[in-house]
Design a binder for this molecule. Structure first.
Ligand code: ZN
Ligand code: ZN
Ligand code: ZN
Length: 371
């Protein structure tokens, strides 16, 4: 990413809100390492490395970025530079935890982002001589509610992945391996507007019965049911994630019937998704349709997960999650049915909650599609 997806004022507001939420939670400081939270707050991309990069924020603190000098130019090209945040750079041989301690000042409760690895958490805790706690409840609040600009990016990602699904019949046929089909799909994910391919799952026949299957060298056969679950990130970093189930040739009529029930279950959860209901109520809407058709046992996982600058984030649409859904939340609705050794099916859309319902971001054909 060379340019920031949003105006600097967006990042300024996110930082301010994070500090306010930290204050509400009784945290004096929050240390955010590389990962989705850092990307969300200041636009800094990348994973943790052995050299510490961290943003320190908190009520009454000056937001400060501790960064290896060799990473400085990259970090300055983000909102860290455009907002003129304080920077403490360091070189090999210096102790970055001293710099974090200086930015944190005198504190009693310090939170860390959940992506900060033990590699840094342990020495930081020793240096601050305080127990560190997870800042997840503080940091998830901002990321969970998408503003209109973020929703637009998710919509862009949804359109791009829909275009790929519409082209799947070009590549999916008997005699090709899952891996060959997946390679064509991966190319199209980028060609249709994503910057990166995040995952490509092609689960044919019995492989589709394993929800965690990715791809294999299995040769696709006539009559196979095939689960295609794909996603990528658009240049702003927001992700797509959509699953469709295909039949190669003519499907077994009983399988086709069960997949028609799955499509209804998915629709029931989409219809249930609105502000004021709980995550578990949306989950239950899909689960009930499957249970009524005797397919309850075949649904092996939660109904969905939040999505944004990461593919899986809060809110999780799962049994027992009493989180009350709010306008702006974005998540997947992806019930599936799995028959070990035989076949599986899943249908997945991303939705964004509106004031009184939800907007479905994926519109490619939901019904079982014969190719
Ligand atoms: Zn998916
Ligand atoms: Zn998903
Ligand atoms: Zn998943």
């Amino acid at each position: 990413m060379s340019t920031l997806p949003f105006d600097s004022s967006v990042y300024a507001a996110r930082l301010e809100r994070a500090s306010a939420l930290a204050a509400e939670a009784g945290l004096d400081a929050v240390v955010v390492g590389p990962g989705p939270d850092l990307k969300y707050l200041v636009g800094v991309e990348g994973d943790t490395i052995e050299r510490l990069t961290a943003l320190v924020l908190g009520p009454g603190l000056e937001a400060t970025v501790v960064v290896p000098r060799m990473e400085l130019a990259k970090v300055r090209s983000t909102a860290v530079g455009s907002l003129g945040l304080a920077v403490s750079d360091w070189v090999d041989g210096e102790n970055p935890y001293d710099l974090v301690a200086a930015a944190v000042g005198k504190t009693t409760r310090v939170g860390v982002s959940d992506a900060l690895p033990a590699l840094h958490v342990i020495p930081l805790g020793e240096r601050l001589s305080t127990g560190l706690e997870l800042a997840t409840p503080v940091l998830r609040e901002g990321r969970m509610i998408k503003d209109s600009a973020e929703a637009a990016e998710l919509r862009r990602a949804g359109d791009a992945i829909d275009a790929v699904h519409r082209r799947v019949p070009e590549w999916l046929r008997a005699g090709r391996t899952e891996r060959e089909v997946a390679a064509d799909i991966a190319e199209a994910i980028v060609a249709e507007g994503h910057e990166t391919v995040e995952f490509v799952i092609v689960g044919s026949g019995p492989n589709g019965a394993d929800p965690h299957h990715e791809v294999s060298d299995r040769v696709i056969e006539d009559g196979d049911i095939v689960v295609v679950d794909i996603g990528g990130a658009v240049p702003s970093g927001y992700n797509s994630d959509s699953t469709r189930t295909y039949a190669v040739g003519t499907p077994d009529p009983e399988a086709a019937e069960r997949i028609a029930v799955l499509v209804r279950a998915q629709q029931a959860a989409v219809d249930a998704a609105r502000p004021g209901v709980t995550a578990s109520e949306v989950d239950a809407a899909a689960r009930q349709v499957l249970a009524d058709a005797g397919l309850g046992e075949a649904f092996l996982h939660r109904t969905g997960h939040g999505i944004g600058v990461s593919v899986h984030e809060e809110p999780y649409i799962a049994p027992g999650n009493d989180l009350v859904l709010r306008e702006g939340m974005a998540f997947s609705i992806e019930p599936g049915i799995y028959f070990a050794g035989e076949w599986g099916a899943r249908i997945e859309d991303i939705v964004v909650l509106t004031a009184d319902g939800c907007e479905r971001l994926n519109t490619s054909e939901h019904a079982l599609r014969s190719v």
